[in-house]
Design a protein around this ligand. Structure first.
Ligand SMILES: Cc1cc2nc3c(=O)[nH]c(=O)nc-3n(C[C@H](O)[C@H](O)[C@H](O)COP(=O)(O)OP(=O)(O)OC[C@H]3O[C@@H](n4cnc5c(N)ncnc54)[C@H](O)[C@@H]3O)c2cc1C
Length: 589
């Protein structure tokens, strides 16, 4: 092993050294070059690839991104040619000497020392390794890098080739139903595997509010996914006979491999046979270098940075999954491992290093989206769990409008949930549906960023023609409903309050008789909403002085009924989101 020191070519040229050559690091490098033609910019990346599309990895696994090369957005050669960057793969930074302003790195067998004028840390995140025995089995994979997806594709190809011999679909266990876990499930199902999905939380996609998650669970079930909620995987163990290992020979039909290469034992005692396991239970900031260098960390273990990405050392900046940001609404400092923030932070760090005006760092909304077969789920701002934990007062509204005008063919329901502060400020929103979810959540993300209120949403002027939306867009509808709730025009009750509603109020179901016959709450009085004005005496008699908890299927007809009752002197309230939301919260109804 040798150690050598590289010296800047000229003493008046700034050398910017960047650790990590993907989202945040490469954004910093490219922006720095655009701002300073003469800086020496060195990117040190421990892996074999830079600037690759990690967000595209699940879609290469599924085959939708057919060509592996399409994931590799740049090479060191293309970056040298286009941006005059010195990009070195296979170079792992091992330590930072802050006093001497040098980094040490290894490349192959050798160790080098490289001085810097400015250092950017963008080392990303490391996968959380859950306490499951047997994770070193070759059938266990992760999905974070290009080599990961190469290995997964090879394994899937091998299993499918074997299927041609024995006719039995291979099976996979995906551990963790977060964004990437769900993308992996979709990809493996598309490739023809039978997939089991194991999630410790009580619903899929834990950042999503609980009442939207059952829609995803139903979609997974519709596509044959075996969903195990509220359980953890405890052990991965080889089966007795495992003739197939990655790259190994394909066994004859009828051998032990047909039963799966491994078994995965769950905390409820169940065992799942699997040819392939993907573990994706979250990430934590890759802050080891920063720790060793004595940089300040936040309480979450992420690197502490200021508004222009400076760490506690004036010559070191940090960006991406490794740093903490300010969470919108709560103001908490947390890491948010998403590509958008990482890219913007990289750009900001370069601006700061090059003495350019920096864009003030906005609070991070953690706006995120995922496709789950035919559904899209998206979220922005604070979810209800976050608001409850932070003890932030809020009203939640649920709506289920069409993504575009109902009279134009192909309208699909958009299930939207939004939380508002008592003064009407929008705090967070989530959506699930087959169409139009991305557009609404992006609008709502902008609305939160702009500090908009229910009144502002009600007044938003959005593009409309029947194939695209409605004259009253779902975003306007959220505003209208929230206005009604907040100013007392429409008092509401929530699905979570069901027990109280049943015990202390008259539940009035204003759906049609046929809807009521298909399923209803015990003790509910059914008066279709168009008959209500003529049958108010029945409500009076049944209520016996109690408040009236009204509901319909989605909350629209019951809103009309609630208004009638309030005008007639009843103490009435409307169920937010109606039977659709009630069933999601109480699936056993
Ligand atoms: C499969 C997958 C799908 C995703 N999908 C989405 C999505 O759809 N939307 C979204 O917003 N986000 C998505 N993300 C998250 C997003 O990719 C990350 O938030 C983003 O890449 C973070 O950027 P970063 O620069 O902090 O880290 P990365 O892009 O991970 O880059 C860090 C790099 O630093 C290198 N490195 C670490 N330590 C050292 C060292 N000591 N020396 C040299 N190099 C080092 C690593 O090898 C790595 O290549 C996805 C992530 C994955 C894995």
């Amino acid at each position: 092993m040798t150690t050598s020191t590289e010296v800047s070519p000229t003493c008046d040229t700034m050398r910017i050294v960047i650790v990590g050559g993907v989202a945040g690091g490469m954004s910093a490098a490219a922006r720095a070059r655009r701002l300073d033609e003469h800086a020496e910019i060195v990117v040190l990346e421990q892996g074999a690839y830079v600037s690759f599309a990690n967000c595209g990895l699940p879609y290469h696994l599924s085959g939708e991104i057919a060509l592996r090369e399409d994931l590799l957005l740049h090479t060191p050669e293309s970056l040298a040619e286009s941006l005059n960057l010195d990009v070195r793969t296979g170079h792992r930074v091992t330590s930072i000497d802050r006093h001497a302003r040098k980094v040490s790195f290894t490349a192959g067998e050798d160790t080098y020392v490289l001085p810097y004028d400015a250092l950017v840390l963008s080392p990303g995140a490391v996968a959380v390794r859950p306490p499951i025995t047997g994770l070193d089995h070759p059938a266990v994979h992760s999905l974070r890098t290009v080599p990961d997806v190469d290995a997964l594709r090879a394994r899937v190809d091998e299993l499918l080739a074997h299927q041609l011999h024995n006719g039995q679909a291979p099976s996979a266990v995906v551990i963790g139903a977060g964004f990437i876990g769900l993308e992996a499930v979709e990809a493996l199902t598309a490739r023809g595997l039978t997939v089991h999905l194991v999630e410790l939380a009580d619903h899929v996609l834990p950042p999503l509010d609980a009442e939207l998650a059952p829609l995803l669970a139903a979609e997974l079930a519709d596509h044959g996914v075996d969903l195990r909620l509220g359980v953890s995987a405890q052990a991965v163990a080889p089966r007795d006979r495992i003739p197939v290992t990655l790259g190994g020979p394909i066994p004859e039909s009828g051998t032990g491999r047909d039963l799966g290469a491994v078994t995965v034992t769950l905390s409820d005692g169940a065992t799942l046979a699997a040819d392939l396991v993907i573990v994706n239970v979250g990430v934590r900031p890759a802050s080891a270098l920063a720790v060793e260098a004595g940089l300040d960390l936040g309480s979450t273990g992420a690197i502490r940075v200021d508004g222009d990405q400076h760490t506690s050392d004036p010559h070191i900046w940090a960006v991406g999954d490794a740093v903490e940001v300010t969470q919108s609404v709560t103001g908490a400092r947390i890491p948010v491992p998403l590509a958008g923030p990482a890219n913007r932070e990289g750009r900001r760090a370069a601006d700061s290093i090059c003495g350019h005006r920096t864009t003030p760092q906005a609070q991070v909304l953690a706006t995120a989206i995922v496709r789950v077969f035919r559904l899209t789920a998206a979220t922005t701002g604070a979810n209800q769990a976050t608001l409850r934990t932070a003890d932030i007062a809020h009203e939640v509204v649920h709506i289920h409008p069409g993504d575009h005008a109902g009279y134009y063919p192909g309208s699909e329901q958009v299930h939207l949930v939004a939380s508002f502060a008592p003064d009407g400020t929008l705090l967070g929103a989530q959506g699930v549906g087959r169409a139009g979810v991305d557009k609404r959540i992006d609008i709502l993300a902008v609305a939160i960023r702009a500090g908009m209120s229910a009144d502002d949403l009600a007044e938003l002027e959005l593009a409309y023609s029947p194939p695209y939306g409605s004259a009253k867009d779902p975003v306007n509808m959220l505003g209208f409903v929230a206005q009604n709730v907040l100013d007392g025009t429409m008092p509401q009750w929530q699905a979570q309050d069901l027990d109280t509603a049943l015990a202390t109020t008259l539940v009035l179901d204003v759906r049609s008789r046929s809807e009521y016959a298909e399923g209803h709450l015990n003790g509910a009085l059914n008066i279709p909403h168009l008959e209500l004005r003529q049958r108010l005496d029945e409500v009076t008699a049944s209520a016996g002085g109690r408040p009236v908890s009204v509901h319909c299927a989605s909350g629209v007809r019951s809103y009309l009924a609630t208004r009638v009752l309030l005008s007639e002197g009843f103490d009435a309230r409307n169920l937010s989101g109606g039977w659709l939301t009630l069933k999601a919260v109480h699936p056993d109804l």
